[in-house]
Structures are given as structure tokens and as C-alpha cells.
Ligand binder design. Structure first.
Ligand SMILES: *Cc1c(COP(=O)(O)O)cnc(C)c1O
Length: 476
């Protein structure tokens, strides 16, 4: 099909002729691959693209056009199509990869939520009385139980939890939030503690230094303007050496003495205090902080808890009630699917079966011998495997801004001796199979870390590696 791919300006060409040579939306649409997008979407992308070209031509800003129309439009369609949410294989070994949706969810728990999703349900309906009921009552009871808290509630994510806590606890006369300079952190993209504070109307009152903050530093900052003392888990970095911070007990005592609430943004929020992992056992738990005397603790639902995106607030009954009554709470509340899924997750923690039924913990605890068996099985099915595909030792991490520096020994696959660079191999593994495989490059090797690959995905790995080898093997 002729699409007038190039509109080249000759010296004699006038504007009208150029405009006339632009193909119609329909013709262009028929000449490209829609990449699975609805035709209306494709045509709308084309229309916008052509409109932009037309206006460039008309205002004279781009008369020397050498448009690769089909190619440009095709790229836009591919880009849009690739942004559609889909499953990928996580070969990075990062268990809570924020770019890859953090915690994968359990099939059993997803199935029970599916039933609720596709039916009407009792989200705000009291079955006993047949009247209007309270949203989230059961999930709140579960988290109160798990965290040994007077009360609990759920919002959209941990960032939202912190914002609503701040909004409720600060007032015009009491607007200052005291926080150590060592905790003015940034987490991932776009979450900076100082910015969250100012969005919530709080005045930041920084104390101490990056490496040392004492109890006196906090005490000296307390005034009649102090709304609360905020502790923030450092999350994605750790400090060692000449470092000092007051103990939780010292801070809580200070708060009680001056009648100032003490709040902790715990971030990753591990509640497994009997985990088989030493690092997870070392994490402060919400129940431990509440028993130390914190007024409120908030944490994320899709980090070490291994559940859905959500923010969990636990603590003193009065504060939690006030937060739930804040008009802003309505903007941050969790939806029915989140609530239903969190109920399932919380029950597994209460039944002490989380390590066996929460996927993040299951993946973290797969023995390497099992990964080795899978690796060997995959390699056996790879074409000329003795030349190209090998088993390697590697390290997985938790990621997602949790447990910085902690590593889990793991097993991966590496591909060598092909005639393309590792970066090109990475690209081909993303695009070459039915399902994109995200890999890592470590010590000059391209690695698919099997710890984060679900075992039902092994066959797809075989196919993608075979495609990669077929397309790029050296001449034999
Ligand atoms: C990750 C993190 C957050 C943000 O949690 P989301 O659930 O992603 O909003 C907030 N605070 C701390 C300390 C964190 O580690």
C-alpha cells in the first residue's frame, strides 16, 4: 500500500501541495500493525500525529519535512501497546521490584477475591441486621490483632497513610513535625519525606545531623508549635560507623513527658517475627513499636507484608478514630478488592502460614538445590546448551526499599558465546518471546535469576532462550 512515506520539500513545492500529500488516517491505519490495540485507539494516535504535522507545516516551523510517517506512527503504536499492563517474567532476583509490581499475589487468595470481584458483596452492608454496615471492619480487626494494636485502618498506600496521619495530627497552632536529619529520605521515584510533610501542611523541624541525632536534639526542638515527633524507617539505605540515634524508649518517654504524639513511618512493615530469615527477624515490627509506646505506626501492604498495594495504620484508638473521621480519609480509602485481599493475607499471618502461602516469602525461602534442579532441567531443553546456556551462582535481594544490603544466595542461568552484546540479548529477551523476560547484568554476565521466576514460567524461559540462540548463534 502506498502511504506516501516521505514528504520531501522540493524548492518549488508549496504548502498546499505538501498538505495534500499527507495520507488519510484510514490509509495509514491499514498499512501498520495495530499491535493488539483497538482500531479506534490506533486511529486516534494517527490523527493526533497528522494534526501535529499539519500545524507544523502551516505555521512554517517545519517545511523541510522528511517524514517517515509510517515508521513514526508505528513506533507510537508499539510504545502505547507495550505500556498495556501485562505479566512479565522477573529474572532480576529482586523480590519486591517496584517497577514490576512489587509483591506477586497468591493464586488461592486471588481466586477468593475473584469471586467477590465478580459478584455483589457486603462491603458496606451488615448481613446480620440487613442494614448499612461499616467498610473494612474485619480487616481492621485482623490488623489490630496482628499488630497487637488498639485499632487499625487501611488506606491506599503507605504514602497516603503518612499524609492522612499528618493531616489529622497537625493544626494551625501546632504545625511543626520534628524529624531527624538522618531520616529525610527519598524512596523510589517521587516520594520524599520533606515534600510529603509540606504537602500535608506540616512545618519541617529538622534536628541532629545526618549520622548523629540525640534525645536532647529532639527535646530542644519541642515547643508549643510541635504537633508530633516523626520517626521514619531509613528503608533503602543503611548507615554504619559513627552513628547515633535515641532508642525508641527514649523518644516515647520524651513524647509522653511533653504530651506529644510519636509516630513511625515503618515503610516495609515486616510482621513476621518468627521468620526463617535473620534479616526479617531483625526488622522492627509494628507490634514491637506499639508496645514501646508509639501512638501510631504506618506501613506498606505490598512490601514485606507481600500483599496488595495499601497502607496500614495501627495504633491508639483515639487517633485512629479521628483519622477515619477526617474528611480527607474518604479520598484515600481502600477499595473492595484491596480489603478482600488484605483479609486473606492477614488471616494467613494469623494462622502462622504466611511463609508457606505468601509468594514473596515462599520465593525467598526456596532452597538453592531446588533452583539448581530447575536450572538443569531448563538447560537440558536448550538448543546446543553445552555451548550457550550455563548455570551460575548469583544473589537475589528483597528490593522495594526494604532490607538494604541483604542478599539471598541464588541460582541463575547465563547465556554466552552469542554474536551480540549483553545489552542486545537483554532487549531480545524482552521482546523475543510470548512473555517479556526481565534480566540483570552482573559481573559482565547476563543472568536470569531463577528465585524470582515462578516455576510455571520455566517452559517460557526455554522457548525464549531457544529463540535467542537461533537468531544469534555464531556460524557453526
Ligand atoms: C516504601 C515506603 C513508603 C511508601 O510506601 P507506599 O506503600 O509505596 O506508598 C513510605 N515510607 C517508607 C519509610 C517506605 O519505605
Amino acid at each position: 500500500m502506498h502511504t506516501n512515506d516521505k514528504i520531501e520539500q522540493n524548492p518549488g513545492t508549496n504548502v498546499n501541495e505538501i498538505l495534500r500529500s499527507i495520507p488519510s488516517v484510514e490509509i495509514l491505519s491499514q498499512s501498520i500493525d495495530h499491535c493488539g490495540l483497538p482500531k479506534l485507539m490506533v486511529n486516534s494516535v494517527i490523527r493526533r500525529h497528522l494534526d501535529a504535522i499539519r500545524s507544523d507545516i502551516l505555521n512554517g516551523s517545519d517545511l523541510s519535512l522528511n517524514h517517515q510517517l509510517t515508521k513514526d506512527v508505528q513506533e507510537k503504536i508499539q510504545y502505547l501497546s507495550a505500556s498495556k499492563t501485562r505479566a512479565v517474567i522477573n529474572g532480576t532476583g529482586v523480590l519486591l521490584h517496584t517497577n514490576l509490581g512489587r509483591a506477586p499475589l497468591s493464586e488461592d487468595q486471588s481466586n477468593s477475591v475473584f469471586e467477590i470481584a465478580t459478584s455483589y458483596n457486603n462491603l458496606e452492608f451488615d448481613i446480620l441486621s440487613g442494614k448499612r454496615g461499616k467498610r473494612g471492619l474485619y480487616v481492621e480487626s485482623l490488623f489490630s490483632q496482628l499488630c497487637e494494636a488498639e485499632a487499625a485502618t487501611i488506606v491506599n498506600n503507605c504514602a497516603a497513610a503518612l499524609v492522612i496521619i499528618l493531616k489529622e495530627l497537625i493544626s494551625t497552632s501546632r504545625c511543626e513535625v520534628i524529624i531527624s536529619r538522618s531520616e529525610l529520605i527519598q524512596i523510589g521515584g517521587g516520594f520524599r519525606i520533606p515534600e510529603i510533610l509540606s504537602t500535608s501542611g506540616a512545618q519541617l523541624r529538622e534536628v541532629g545531623t545526618t549520622n548523629k541525632t540525640s534525645s536532647d536534639d529532639y527535646e530542644n526542638a519541642i515547643s508549643e508549635k510541635t504537633a508530633l515527633i516523626l520517626k521514619v524507617h531509613q528503608s533503602n539505605f543503611s548507615m554504619s560507623g559513627f552513628v547515633e540515634n535515641p532508642t525508641h524508649k527514649e523518644l516515647v518517654d520524651l513524647g509522653h513527658r511533653y504530651k506529644i504524639p510519636i509516630v513511625m513511618d515503618l515503610g516495609s512493615g515486616s510482621i513476621l517475627n518468627d521468620s526463617s530469615s535473620q534479616e526479617i527477624r531483625n526488622e522492627p515490627t509494628p507490634s514491637m513499636l506499639l508496645s514501646e509506646g508509639y501512638d501510631l505506626v504506618c506501613f506498606s501492604g505490598d512490601k514485606l507484608l507481600g500483599s496488595v498495594q495499601s497502607g496500614i495504620i495501627v495504633g491508639k484508638q483515639d487517633w485512629v478514630q479521628r483519622i477515619k473521621k477526617n474528611p480527607f480519609f474518604r479520598c484515600l480509602r481502600a477499595d473492595k478488592l484491596t480489603i478482600a485481599y488484605l483479609e486473606c493475607s492477614a488471616e494467613t499471618y494469623i494462622n502462622q502460614s504466611a511463609e508457606n502461602s505468601i509468594p514473596v516469602h515462599q520465593l525467598a525461602s526456596i532452597p538453592n538445590s531446588e533452583l539448581e534442579t530447575r536450572a538443569k532441567k531448563i538447560i537440558e531443553q536448550v538448543h546446543k546448551c553445552e555451548n550457550y546456556c550455563f548455570m551460575v551462582e548469583t544473589d537475589s535481594t528483597y528490593g522495594g526499599g526494604t532490607l538494604p544490603g541483604s542478599k539471598i544466595a541464588s541460582i541463575g542461568l547465563t547465556i554466552e558465546n552469542l554474536c551480540i552484546s549483553k545489552v542486545k540479548m537483554q532487549k531480545q529477551l524482552l521482546h523475543g518471546g510470548d512473555i517479556p523476560i526481565v534480566t540483570k547484568i552482573e559481573n559482565e554476565k547476563l543472568i536470569i535469576d531463577l528465585r524470582t521466576v515462578l516455576d510455571c514460567q520455566d517452559q517460557q524461559i526455554v522457548e525464549s532462550i531457544n529463540n535467542l540462540i537461533r537468531n544469534n548463534k555464531n556460524n557453526e
